[in-house]
Design a protein around this ligand. Structure first.
Ligand code: GDP
Ligand code: ZN
Length: 458
C-alpha cells in the first residue's frame, strides 16, 4: 500500500448540481472525521454507507457546506484503499473550500491519474484496465464508451493472460530440455514450439484485426463533407447534429486542451474536419481553398460527397467523382424532395450502389440509410452484433505487432533447427511483450507517462 493520503475534486470543474471531493489512503477516514459534523462519527461508520452532515472548519467552527459523505473501506474501493467521498454543492466555491480544508488536514493533493494509479499499484486493476479508464473519460460516443467499459472490466486482459500462460509453460519445457538435451525430447520440444507459437500468434493476429475498428470507435471517423456551393453540406451537417445529439468533450488538464465536436452516427463517432470552419462558413472546399482542401480530403477516413439531385451534374462534380473513386466516399444525393434532374447513370458506372444514398437534408429523410452505408463501409455492417473486445490503444497495438514478430522469429528458428536455448530468447520476449500490455513488466517512467494523461481527480 502507498503511504500517504491524497485528495482531489473528482467531478468536472464548473457548474453542476453537486461536486465530489475524493480522498483516498490509509488515513482518509481519520483525517476527514474531525471536519465532519454529523450524527455518526465517521470512524465508526460501516463500509459503503452514506452520511448526511456539515463540513466545518475545526479551527473557527465555520460551516463550509452541507454535504453527503460516503465511506468505502479498502480493499473494496476503487483504489483498494480507504476512500471517503464528500459530495458538496456544485459550483467552484463550495468544493474548493472543502478541498482546501481537507488539504490543510494533512492530506496531499493528488496528481492527475493518481487514484487510478493506486488502483493499479494495489493490484485492483491491471494496466490495460487503467488505460481504459482514460478512454472512458474521453469517449465521444456511446459505442466507444461501451468498448472502453468492457476493457475497463478486463476484457482485453482476459484474452492476454491465457496466452502468457501458454508461453510460460512452453518456456518451462524448453528449460528442462536445455538441462537434459536428449535427442528425441529436443524433437518434441521443437514441435511444440512451432505449435504453441502458431496458436498464440493466431489469437494475437485476431486481436490486431480489431485494431482498425477499435481506433475508429475510440478516435472517431475523420469525416470531410464536400460538394459544390448550395448542394446542402451545411444542411446535412445540421440534420446529422440534430438527429444525433453531438457530444462535446472537453479534456481539461491535458496538454492539448481540445474542445471537440463530433456527431454520433449509430454510435459511431464522426469527427467533422475543421468543425469550426464547417459551422461558420459551411463549406470546407470554399473556405480553405483547393490546395488545403486536397490535404483535408487525403486525411479523411470518410468523405461525404454531397450532390444536388435537383440539378444536372456539374463539371466540378464530375472531376470530384473521378478523383475520389478510390477513396472511402459515400455519394449523398441530396434534395430528394425536389424534382430529380440528376442523371445517376454516370455515377453508377463508377460507384457501387451501396455507396449512394438519397436524402433530403431539409426534411431529414434518408439519414438512417446514410447511417447504414457508413456502418457498412467501416464495419462490414455488423456493428450492432460484434463482440466488443477491440484493441484500440496505440501502445497495445504496437506491443501486439512486436509479439507477432517475436513469435515468427521463434517459429522460423525452430523450423531451421536452431538450438533451442537461442529460441528461448524469442519466446521470453513474446511473453514479456504481452506482459507489458497488462502491466506485468513495465518501468516506472512508462507508468508515469500513462497516468499523466489522466485528468485530476481520477
Ligand atoms: P451548402 O452550400 O452546400 O452548405 O448548402 P446549404 O446547406 O447551405 O443549402 C443550400 C440551399 O439548399 C439552402 O437554401 C437549403 O435550404 C437548401 N437545401 C438543402 N438541403 C435541401 C433539401 O434536402 N431539400 C431542399 N428542397 N432544399 C435543400
Ligand atoms: Zn454552405
Amino acid at each position: 500500500m502507498t503511504e500517504d493520503t491524497i485528495a482531489a475534486v473528482a467531478t468536472a470543474l464548473g457548474e453542476g448540481s453537486i461536486a465530489v471531493v475524493r480522498v483516498s489512503g490509509a488515513e482518509a477516514i481519520e483525517r476527514i472525521a474531525p471536519l465532519f459534523k454529523s450524527k455518526t462519527d465517521l470512524r465508526e461508520a460501516d463500509s459503503h454507507t452514506v452520511h448526511y452532515g456539515l463540513i466545518r472548519d475545526p479551527m473557527d467552527g465555520s460551516v463550509l457546506d452541507e454535504v453527503l459523505v460516503t465511506v468505502m473501506k479498502g480493499p473494496r474501493s476503487f483504489t483498494a484503499e480507504d476512500v471517503v467521498e464528500i459530495s458538496t454543492h456544485g459550483g467552484i466555491v463550495a468544493v474548493q473550500a472543502v478541498l482546501e480544508l481537507v488539504l490543510r488536514s494533512g492530506v496531499r493533493m493528488a496528481e492527475p491519474g493518481e487514484f487510478t494509479k493506486r488502483a493499479f499499484l494495489n493490484g485492483r486493476i491491471d494496466l490495460a484496465q487503467a488505460e481504459a479508464v482514460i478512454d472512458l473519460i474521453r469517449s465521444k460516443s456511446s459505442r466507444a464508451f461501451q468498448v472502453a467499459r468492457k476493457q475497463a472490466e478486463g476484457a482485453l486482459s482476459k484474452r492476454i493472460v491465457p496466452l502468457r500462460r501458454q508461453l510460460i509453460e512452453l518456456l518451462a519445457h524448453v528449460e528442462v530440455n536445455i538441462d537434459y538435451p536428449e535427442h528425441d525430447v529436443v524433437e518434441m520440444t521443437t514441435a511444440s514450439i512451432t505449435d504453441t507459437c502458431g496458436q498464440v500468434k493466431t489469437i494475437v493476429e485476431q486481436l490486431l484485426i480489431t485494431a482498425a475498428e477499435g481506433k475508429i470507435l475510440r478516435e472517431g471517423i475523420v469525416t470531410a463533407i464536400v460538394g459544390r456551393p448550395n448542394a446542402g453540406k451545411s444542411s446535412l451537417l445540421n440534420a446529422l447534429a440534430q438527429e444525433n445529439k453531438a457530444i462535446v468533450t472537453d479534456i481539461p488538464g491535458t496538454t492539448r486542451d481540445i474542445v471537440e465536436e463530433s456527431v454520433s452516427l449509430s454510435g459511431i463517432p464522426l469527427r467533422l474536419l475543421d468543425t469550426a470552419g464547417i459551422r461558420e462558413t459551411s463549406d470546407v472546399v470554399e473556405r480553405i481553398g483547393v490546395e488545403r482542401s486536397r490535404g483535408a480530403l487525403l486525411e479523411a477516413d470518410l468523405i461525404l460527397l454531397v450532390l444536388n439531385r435537383n440539378e444536372e451534374l456539374h463539371e466540378d462534380e464530375r472531376k470530384l467523382l473521378e478523383d475520389l473513386v478510390d477513396r472511402p466516399v459515400i455519394i449523398v444525393l441530396n434534395k430528394s424532395d425536389l424534382e430529380n434532374r440528376l442523371d445517376l447513370e454516370e455515377i453508377e458506372a463508377r460507384y457501387p450502389k451501396e455507396r449512394m444514398v438519397s436524402i433530403s437534408a431539409r426534411e431529414g429523410s434518408g439519414i438512417d440509410q446514410l447511417e447504414k452505408a457508413v456502418s457498412r463501409l467501416f464495419f462490414g455492417g455488423s456493428i450492432e452484433s460484434g463482440d466488443l473486445t477491440y484493441v484500440s490503444n496505440a501502445r497495445h497495438i504496437a506491443l501486439l505487432h512486436q509479439t507477432v514478430q517475436s513469435l515468427n522469429d521463434a517459429i522460423e528458428a525452430a523450423d531451421a533447427g536452431i538450438p533451442i536455448d537461442l529460441i528461448q530468447i524469442d519466446l521470453a520476449r513474446a511473453w514479456e511483450l504481452l506482459g507489458e500490455i497488462v502491466g506485468d513488466s513495465v518501468g516506472e517512467s512508462l507508468l508515469d507517462q500513462i497516468f499523466s494523461q489522466f485528468c485530476l481527480g481520477k
